[in-house]
Design a protein around this ligand. Structure first.
Ligand code: PLP
Length: 253
């Protein structure tokens, strides 16, 4: 187990999304991270039955067991489920890990429909943005986090800047929900970069999880001292290419 990398995410028994997908991606990159489960779901590609969060005490115990004596430099947080579990996670990371680079994939809803967060999880994220290095919302998530409608590129940029004003260091907007070519955008206080890709037909759940895992894996392998905008841009380009080939393989295209 590589204690330098930590994944926190929900469990999807079909393996399409969540921690099984995250670990699969990490192993493909040759990495073997520590991992903790925040929530259990019951679902497959078509149907989502139910989910429940693990208790904060159980999450804390998992974190103490994998982080004891270790330093987590690279952290990916996927589905968390509740405000209490987000606090538990961020507090443990702060206690155990110096200089953690924390990527938060703000999972709010499954592509098959139901909400994957209880209570005021959106507000919990908003209040903790200053502890997050990079956030990777899709457009519906960006709308809810910034509290404004996002129908075009200008609105997407101003919403990302709203999150940056609240403390997050950088935002990757996943453009898959806008019509036209699939354009992702990396935005920091000083820079903006676009990443173009042609749109492949169909949807597969778990591509958001795979993208953020590939992004943190790519950063961990590059292992920069201080993460620059260019480091993040290289990792986004790498993750986008990874997800494209995964999507093609899974959808038989
Ligand atoms: N994490 C878990 C455990 C999930 O069940 C889901 C979706 O169902 C997600 C994350 C989000 O998946 P996606 O990558 O499709 O956004």
């Amino acid at each position: 187990m590589d204690k330098n990398i930590l994944i926190a995410a929900g469990f999807d028994p079909s393996g399409g999304a969540g921690i099984v997908r995250d670990l699969h991606v990490m192993w493909e990159y040759g990495l073997n991270p520590a991992s903790v489960i925040t929530a259990l779901t019951a679902q497959d590609d078509e149907r989502f039955l139910t989910w429940e969060a693990v208790t904060p005490a159980m999450l804390k115990a998992q974190l103490q067991s994998v982080l004891r004596g270790g330093r987590c430099r690279w952290v990916k947080i996927g589905m968390v489920g509740t405000p209490d579990n987000l606090k538990t996670l961020l507090d443990a990371i702060e206690a155990f890990c110096e200089d953690a680079f924390i990527l938060l994939d703000p999972v709010l809803k499954a592509s098959t429909g139901p909400d994957l967060a209880q209570g005021d999880y959106v507000r919990a994220i908003q209040e903790k943005l200053d502890r997050i290095s990079l956030i990777t919302p899709n457009l519906p998530e960006l709308e809810r986090l910034a509290g404004q409608r996002v129908a075009n590129r200008q609105q997407a940029d101003s919403s990302a800047r709203e999150l940056i004003a609240r403390g997050v260091k950088a935002v990757v907007i996943k453009g898959g929900h806008l019509l036209g070519p699939s354009v992702d955008r990396l935005i920091s206080p000083e820079n903006t970069r676009e990443f173009f890709g042609d749109r492949l037909p169909g949807t597969i759940h778990g591509t958001g999880c795979a993208f953020s895992s590939a992004l943190i894996a790519s950063l961990a392998l590059n292992n920069p001292g201080r993460v620059t905008f260019e480091d993040m841009a290289d990792a986004v380009a790498n993750a986008k290419a990874y997800v494209r080939s995964l999507f093609k393989a899974l959808s038989g295209q």
